[in-house]
Design a protein around this ligand. Structure first.
Ligand code: DI6
Ligand code: FE
Length: 400
């Protein structure tokens, strides 16, 4: 089996969510899986003939980064709405007037699979250029069976020819499409009775998500979506308490969601429910920044209650047009007051857990050996810079 021998590295293993850096560390991977990691002098085996040797020359090595919440597959842009918001319109005003998510739905429905793959592929390449090796991609800009499945197929197809694992999440309950205007419950029926079963049957979705919000879907409608997901054996995640507190965090916990995302308006009771359920809190500072929100998620309470915090770009045209996981780490610290260590854990270990993936996110025996060599020596440097950093090299394998 092909072996990779990493030597001369400062390895931030992220075991247990901590840096626990091994200076002058070494790592052996066999068939893309870590078989040994530790100080070089303890390396159990010397180089064998045929080993691929990676000499990090004393540089920092981290696990491959994981962007666990993106809406990467869409067509067009929302620059015009950005101008409208700068002129005083609110995100909700624009959404209620039929713009917002629905304007991207129009462009996405009109786009061919090839066009969508091209536009989305260049965003994905930008992500990967920063050391990302696993990306979650949601649908949610098709909003009918044909177009939602189209977006999921495009998302899955993006992994071809790239060294990345893509996981897909069906976000049919993102907005009520124009043809169901005023009939949200009927649209939810379509999501539950046609979309979820077909996506599950075609193997196109790993999880199901919903936008539980005043301008999205009610907690009752979200329950219907979650019940259908459960029936079809799909994991659930939730856009919870982003713009108001509809007690989405508690709802996500009740359904043992792998993650509850956003959480700006979540209260202490919601945090305690997440802790009890083992649901990961996914924080999205890009959306908070871009919408100029003022209410930060309850980070102090999440930390105190021991809720794992992941962070992600939320890459989408309306509230977080960003492909930069590194800049997101910086924003998580500057805007939400995470520590740089928490930020790194948030894009490795905890991000893996937010996707229900146990096989990655830390460099320890048994985990995938996707790793990144950085032009840095202290892991805190990754969160310190606002922009402009690129890895020296990224060692990852395609989804296996
Ligand atoms: N919350 C968000 O921030 C994005 N979706 C969601 O449910 C926004 C999507 C968009 O405006 O296009
Ligand atoms: Fe989102």
């Amino acid at each position: 089996m092909a072996r990779t021998l990493l030597v001369n590295a400062r390895i931030a293993t992220m075991r247990g969510g901590r840096y626990s850096t091994i200076d002058d560390g070494a790592m052996i991977a066999e068939g893309g899986v870590v078989s040994w990691v530790g100080p070089r002098e303890l390396a159990p085996t010397l180089k064998r003939a045929g080993d691929e040797v990676v000499d990090a020359k004393g540089a920092l090595v981290t696990p491959g980064l994981i962007d666990c919440h993106t809406h990467l597959v869409y067509a067009g842009n929302r620059a015009r709405e950005f101008e409208m918001r700068l002129g005083g319109a609110s995100y909700e005003d624009i959404a209620r007037a039929g713009g917002g998510i629905l304007s991207t739905v129009k462009a996405t429905r009109a786009a061919s699979e090839a066009q969508l793959a091209r536009e989305s592929g260049s965003r994905l390449d930008a992500m990967l250029s920063e050391g990302v090796t696993t990306v979650e991609i949601k649908s949610g800009y098709g909003l009918d069976v044909e177009n939602e499945l189209k977006c999921l197929r495009v998302a899955r197809g993006l992994a071809e020819g790239r060294k990345v694992t893509i996981t897909t999440t069906l976000l049919g309950a993102h907005a009520v499409p124009p043809e169901f205007k005023g009939r949200a419950d009927d649209y939810v029926s379509l999501v539950c009775e046609e979309l979820i079963p077909q996506a599950a049957k075609a193997g196109l979705a790993d999880a199901v998500d919903a936008f539980c919000e005043g301008i999205g879907f009610s907690p009752q409608q979200t329950r219907r979506v979650f019940d259908a997901a459960r029936t079809h054996g799909l994991k659930v995640k939730l856009h919870a308490d982003q713009l108001s507190n509809l007690h989405g965090a508690a709802l996500a916990a009740e359904y043992h969601a792998v993650s509850a995302d956003h959480l700006e308006h979540t209260d202490l009771a919601g945090v305690k429910r997440l802790a009890a359920a083992g649901t990961v809190a996914v924080l999205l500072p890009g959306a908070f920044y871009f919408l100029r929100e003022s209410k930060v998620p309850p980070v102090v309470a999440l930390r105190a209650e021991g809720v794992p915090m992941a962070i992600a770009t939320d890459c989408n045209p309306g509230t977080s047009p960003s492909t930069s996981i590194l800049n997101t780490m910086n924003m998580a610290c500057t805007l939400f007051r995470l520590t740089p260590e928490e930020a790194l854990a948030g894009v490795t270990m905890h991000a893996a857990r937010a996707l229900g993936l146990q096989d990655r996110g830390a460099l320890e025996p048994g985990k995938r050996a996707d790793f990144v060599v950085w032009d840095a020596t202290d892991p805190a440097e990754l969160a310190w810079t606002i922009a402009g950093r690129k890895p020296l090299s990224v060692i990852a394998r395609p989804r296996g």
